[in-house]
Design a protein around this ligand. Structure first.
Ligand SMILES: Cc1cc2nc3c(=O)[nH]c(=O)nc-3n(C[C@H](O)[C@H](O)[C@H](O)COP(=O)(O)OP(=O)(O)OC[C@H]3O[C@@H](n4cnc5c(N)ncnc54)[C@H](O)[C@@H]3O)c2cc1C
Length: 636
């Protein structure tokens, strides 16, 4: 018998090498595994091999092989993620694998041992999916033990107990092979998604061979034309045109405020925005007190100097020319926890909640710019769920009747600081806004959403300054007419938010622990699903669900963009993020590859705007949908 003579000729070391290769080298995928171990055990029962050496040797080789595969996957993972999709490589499959390993990584590492081919790729994918190494190692050792020790011992015991068993060796080995591939076949037959993707692959292969009708579905992604330049903003919403001021006004303004510590001129705005893009602002002012702020407002009005109010700069794209006027960034960063108030009775307050899709609904997306996204649950601006993205962690419910604590935060305070401060004081609810690089003023103005909550749920009132008169007003929550990602301040540029008063429920120890656990998983979720640097988050609004349904496309702008261009596609210094199709990212080309923008800033707003225009035009051409901007374009 061939396997028997193969084992006899390669000896113990050869067997170990086969087991190692089979466990973690691409080339080993098609080597015999289960049958090799079983037959080696059988040969040991016949005195041809030494079982005392065979078993530990195979076990060590199996564990080392898997570990090698893992290390390889971890090393090449980032490179693989940057590759364009091809017949053999699909980034979507990789993201699915990553998600899968987060959930089922442990048992996969054990069970994959018993499935030919899968056993070779499982540890590599676990590495690409960055499964936690100590966890991987533990399951690798357990799986390696059952597989290497179990199968060789089974061969050895059978060989010793059943006389003349070598006559039945071939059927036994066939049975082992059948038993090891059966789970894979059953999985394919039971999972409609896998079935469909296999049928599609088969059809497209037939198409390639010319035997069947060529598939009409364009599987190729659209390549971004590197020479495309379009900085026209006339078809775009949310554009704040470049401002102008006279030299005389500029001089008088400098004379009035030039000696203040919060006065700066010619400040590169790229240092102040998350895109790390934008030319110089003539004046960049950061007053800390309301008196200073009012003085600046009055002087600007009198001198005809245009003002732009900036928060964390996480929702704006400034032009490469910057801003001919004042950029005013409130620097009142104080957060104070005041006094107790009545009890928590607040439910979700969306005036205009996002449209729910029936749970579990799946929409077939055609090739014309659709995404193979399977969407369930709420479809919102940021969390439009698709098959490739992990599900967000569940936020604990805040029970009614909890004591409420009043918290006041300056508009210039960072939202992250507010979240951490309140959480540490056992005030709960804001945790799901983690990951939004806004300031408190900007968060209120856009009524940011985090998971299932909108910011306004916690708002009591706010102090504002009128940018025309400098006068102060306190607005109760109702006056903002909040809805999902929206407040009335988006319809007027006449007001500056100075301070916000929130009402936050105070948790007991048990509830706080639940929120603390949620906070940890939420941070992990955000880090694994979003790029935080060089972006302004989602560039386009999601497509209204009824429009998306009528056109049979994904409602998620991110999924749509991904399906058309693929993740990580770039247009000079602007690219589609590797993690989220609707996050466009700026970067700086360098000699050694890509330098992240926070290391000094680079890239160009013109490239970003060209990418925005190209994406928008292509989506319109392919689907008829006119994507609207979520971010604001300033100074174009
Ligand atoms: C990585 C990343 C993740 C994000 N995730 C989310 C998310 O999960 N949910 C979400 O809703 N958004 C998200 N965003 C978008 C962004 O953070 C929000 O739109 C936020 O509201 C912007 O706040 P900001 O302070 O950065 O405002 P800026 O970008 O500085 O300004 C935005 C607008 O608000 C105005 N403004 C700012 N401060 C004031 C003020 N004090 N008074 C009056 N007007 C003011 C500005 O004039 C401008 O018109 C994300 C952005 C990034 C970069």
């Amino acid at each position: 018998m061939e396997l028997k003579s193969l084992i006899e000729s390669i000896g113990l070391l050869g067997i170990a090498a086969f087991v190692f290769a089979e466990s973690g080298l691409f080339l080993g995928a098609f080597l015999p595994g289960d049958s090799l171990l079983f037959t080696a055990g059988f040969l040991a029962s016949q005195g041809i091999l030494d079982i005392r050496i065979l078993i530990p040797l195979c076990f060590i080789a199996a564990v080392l092989g898997d570990s090698f595969g893992y290390a390889f996957g971890r090393k090449v993972g980032p490179w693989i993620f940057k590759r364009e999709d091809s017949l053999l490589f699909q980034r979507a499959h990789l993201l699915r694998a990553q998600k899968f390993y987060e959930k089922h990584g442990g048992k996969t590492i054990i069970f994959a041992r018993f499935m030919p081919i899968v056993r070779t790729f499982a540890p590599i994918l676990a590495g690409v999916g960055r499964m936690h190494y100590p966890r991987f190692l533990a399951f690798n050792v357990i799986g390696g033990f059952f597989w290497a020790v179990g199968l060789s011992l089974a061969g050895f015991v059978l060989g010793n107990t059943i006389p003349g068993v070598d006559r039945y060796l071939l059927p036994i080995i066939l049975a082992i092979i059948l038993a090891s591939v059966a789970p894979g076949i059953v999985h394919v037959l039971r999972d409609p998604e896998v079935r469909r993707s296999l049928i599609n692959s088969f059809k497209s292969l037939m198409g390639r061979g010319g035997k069947a009708e060529k598939s009409r579905a364009p599987t190729e992604k659209i390549t971004l034309p590197q020479d495309y330049r379009n900085t026209d903003t006339s078809a775009l919403n949310h554009v704040i045109p470049m401002a102008h001021m006279s030299e005389a006004s500029k001089t008088r303004f400098t004379v009035q405020f030039g000696s203040q510590p919060w006065f700066k001129s010619d400040v590169p705005i790229r240092q102040k925005t998350t895109y790390r893009l934008g030319g110089p602002a003539d004046f960049f002012l950061t007053p800390k007190t309301i008196i200073d702020m009012q003085e600046v407002i009055t002087a600007s009005r009198e001198l005809g100097i245009p003002l732009f109010v900036l928060g964390g700069g996480s929702n704006v794209l400034f032009s490469d020319q910057g801003w001919r006027g004042v950029v005013l960034q409130p620097a009142n960063t104080t957060i104070s926890i005041n006094n107790s108030e009545p009890t928590w009775t607040s439910a979700r307050t969306d005036v205009n909640p996002p449209q729910p899709l029936p749970r579990g609904e799946s929409i077939e997306i055609p090739s014309n710019g659709g995404a193979d996204a399977k969407r369930t649950g709420w479809v919102t601006r940021w969390e439009a769920v698709n098959a490739e993205r992990p599900a967000p962690p569940q936020k604990p419910e805040v029970p009614l009747g909890l004591p409420m604590i009043e918290v006041t935060a300056g508009a210039g305070a960072s939202l992250q600081q507010l979240i951490i401060t309140t959480h540490q004081q056992k005030l709960v609810g804001l945790e799901s806004f983690f990951g939004i690089p806004a300031r408190v003023g900007g968060a209120l103005r856009n009524n940011v959403h985090g998971g299932p909550d909108n910011f306004d749920r916690y708002v009591k009132e706010a102090t504002l300054l009128n940018l025309k008169t400098g006068e102060k007003e306190t607005w109760p929550k109702e006056k903002f007419v909040f809805s999902y990602d929206h407040s009335i301040l988006q319809q007027t540029r006449d007001w500056l938010i100075w301070e916000v008063t929130l009402m936050i429920p105070q948790a007991d120890d048990t509830l706080w622990q639940q929120f603390d656990n949620f906070f940890t998983s939420w941070r992990q979720y955000k880090c694994s699903t979003q790029t935080a640097s060089g972006t302004a988050g989602c560039v386009f609004k999601n497509i209204p669900p009824d429009v998306a349904r009528a056109k049979q496309i994904s409602s998620s702008a991110g999924a749509l963009i991904d399906s058309l261009f693929g993740l990580n596609a770039s247009l000079r210094t602007a690219r589609i993020s590797a993690l989220h199709g609707n996050f466009l990212q700026s970067e700086i080309p360098s000699r050694g590859g890509v330098v992240p923008p926070w290391r000094g800033g680079g890239g160009s707003s013109d490239d970003m705007l060209s990418l925005i225009n190209f994406v928008r035009e292509t989506v319109k051409e392919r689907t008829g949908v006119d994507l609207e901007l979520e971010i604001e374009l300033v100074g174009f």
